[in-house]
Design a protein around this ligand. Sequence first.
Ligand code: ASC
Length: 149
Amino acid sequence: MKFRSSLLLSAALMAAGAANAQFQKPEDAVKYRQNVMSVMGTHFSRIGAMANGRVPFDAKKAQDDADVVKTLSHLPWAAFTPETQKLDSKTKPEFWTETDKAKAGADKLMVATNALDAAAKTGSLDALKKSFGEAAGTCKSCHDAYKAK
Ligand code: ASC
């Protein structure tokens, strides 16, 4: 009986932990999402430099950057696990109480980076500029709402 209930308990604990099993420690999740957003920002800024005329437009480079941004935009959300809240002074408390709104923002980002990638693939600088502006708006709205200064 004792053995059986401990088996059931382990199964329940495993099910509860399954969602977070990707990260061994909460610290790892924080580092992961900050690193992903840093690399995403690097490539997004490179597109921005072309969109804003600070560096010459290179369609191939823009495509490569947009591909990275699109892929990375899918990653941070899963790393905002509840047990990381106390570790991360860069995330405002509102983020943890408005998770539906925050998730809607993350989804909007993924739609925008998909559009940015599609725009980059057309090879048109005008299309890139438009999609860059829209994607930057999705970055900014979540950062304004949830990123601590
Ligand atoms: C970037 C970057 C962001 C966004 C944001 C858009 O290049 O790193 O977080 O653009 O500044 O407003």
